[in-house]
Design a protein around this ligand. Structure first.
Ligand code: AMP
Ligand code: MG
Length: 470
């Protein structure tokens, strides 16, 4: 990291002594746990931070007005994983992101086996146009108990589901489809070769990459690892995220509400969204609109978090101290993204931590989180950049739209005349949080779109594509 007086961490190697320049000739420093204000006589030489998470000032150059796609491309290009790996037992690894590819160490299943209860035989022994009677050998193949020797030509053997298919047999006839009498089985014509046989390696081939680095380990991925005989997996440690709300009007739920106050809803909502991404969240509470309080809380959080997320206070109004504090302590860039609802949105760096300033209005905070912060956090946490699938669905409504910006409406799926369609949630102010409870997902209207008419297809992003369970 280069020496700078422009508002960047100068830093120390042991993170107990981090210096943040506030402006020409002055500095805010951490000494141990204390935030100290210094006046500098001359520029300092920078020492490297132990693990700078991203390139210096990585959010610079966003320009005055970004299209949503440009903003996402910038974020994608500029962030990389910042977390370390650890090895966890399978059960504890569920929900984490994989830090090493899962390689097929062996074939799964390990041997050809039987898919139904019935009789195993060689297809070549069957007559194509009439029933075939095959004498049964002594013994059987059951799950965990192989038959043990090759099947002689012209014979059949009793087999149960999961048993190893004896050598010499290639096909299994279901017990419901045959007649068994006097130590022989009569097989009707028309049996397809290889039917009811599970091939060795049909699930996983030895040597194959089964799961790539960055894959979220859901219960099914954990099951796959167990099917390979794994007891543990290398996963990324959770991203440490500090979360705060800002605003003198906000109070904690549970407190009596006075005139002019509102309960802090963003923090609980964002906490849920972050936990859903597997982040380790530190709750920094509500920050009053007082510059010193805001600066101290941000500076302290920057010491031991990968990311700091705030909501509110990032406009350039009189009481918007978050933005100004970040600007003073580190670097900040307002991204004027051509998206509705969305602005203001800010990205910056505070010491080794990335700062994301979300809008205060709850719906805008949620949407900016889902659309811009979420993919960035997933990438920082070691995951692959997510690309949500958009489903074209006919709209039920009419809407004139301003071209040049991307718009998101809250949408609910309905069936109209037996066909799928999407309607918009009528109450759509960016403070109306219940609208997100009524919605199934977001309707995305591209920049060049000028209107929506009933029956026209719109792009629908189900909440599940944005990581929200249905
Ligand atoms: P701000 O971005 O701080 O100007 O806030 C914009 C609007 O969002 C104001 O009406 C705030 O009261 C509201 N707001 C800001 N933060 C929160 C929060 N954490 N919970 C609920 N509403 C909020
Ligand atoms: Mg505010």
């Amino acid at each position: 990291m280069a020496a700078s007086m422009g508002g960047i961490v100068l830093g120390s190697a042991w993170r107990r002594w981090i210096v943040v320049v506030g402006g020409p000739g002055e500095a805010l420093c951490w000494r141990g746990d204390d935030l100290v204000h210094w006046t500098l006589a001359r520029p300092w030489v920078t020492a490297a931070l132990p693990r700078p998470p991203v390139q210096d000032d990585c959010f610079a150059g966003a320009g005055p007005r970004l299209l949503a796609g440009e903003a996402l491309a910038l974020l994608q290009a500029r962030v990389a994983p910042v977390v370390a790996a650890e090895t966890l037992p399978l059960a504890a690894a569920c929900g984490r992101l994989l830090a090493e590819p899962l390689i097929g160490e062996r074939d799964v299943p390990a041997f050809d086996n039987v898919a139904v209860d019935g009789f195993a035989l060689a297809h070549a022994d069957l007559a194509p146009d009439r029933p075939t009677r095959l004498a049964l050998v002594e013994g059987r193949a059951a799950a965990g108990h192989p038959y043990g020797s090759p099947l002689p030509s012209g014979r059949a053997v009793r087999v149960l589901t999961g048993g190893a298919l004896p050598a010499g047999a290639d096909t299994v006839v279901m017990q419901e489809d045959v007649e068994v009498a006097a130590g022989a089985v009569t097989v009707p014509p028309g049996l397809r070769p290889g039917v009811n046989r599970r091939r060795a390696g049909e699930d996983i081939r030895a040597g194959a990459i089964v799961l790539p680095v960055g894959r979220r380990l859901r219960p099914q991925e954990i099951g796959v690892a167990a099917s390979l005989g794994r007891t543990s997996l290398a996963v990324w440690q959770p991203l440490n995220v500090a979360l705060l709300s800002t605003g003198d009007e906000l109070i904690e739920p549970g407190q009596p509400l006075r005139h002019g106050q509102a309960y802090d809803s963003n923090r609980s909502m964002l906490q849920g969204l972050l936990v859903g991404l597997g982040c380790q969240v530190t709750d920094l509470g509500i920050c009053a609109d007082r510059p010193a309080v805001v600066a101290e809380r941000l500076a302290s959080a920057a010491r031991d978090h990968d990311v700091i997320i705030s909501s509110g206070g990032v406009s350039q109004g009189d009481e918007d101290h978050v933005a100004r504090s970040v600007e003073r302590l580190g670097r900040l860039h307002f991204w004027q993204i051509a998206v509705k609802p969305g602005r203001p949105l800010a990205f910056g760096q505070l010491g080794g931590a990335i700062f994301v300033g979300l809008p205060g209005n709850p719906v805008a905070a949620a949407l900016c989180f889902l659309l811009f912060a979420r993919p960035m956090l997933i990438r920082l946490a070691g995951g692959a950049w997510p690309e949500p699938t958009r489903y074209p669905v006919p709209a039920t409504f009419t809407l004139p739209k301003k071209p040049g910006r991307r718009e998101y409406l809250r949408g609910r799926l309905v069936t109209a005349d037996g066909h799928l369609a999407v309607e918009r949630i009528a109450r759509e102010g960016s403070g109306i949080l219940t609208s997100l409870c009524e919605a199934d997902g977001l309707i995305e209207l591209a920049e060049d779109r000028q209107e929506v008419r009933p029956g026209q297809a719109v792009d629908f992003l189900p909440f599940s594509e944005l990581g929200l369970a249905p």
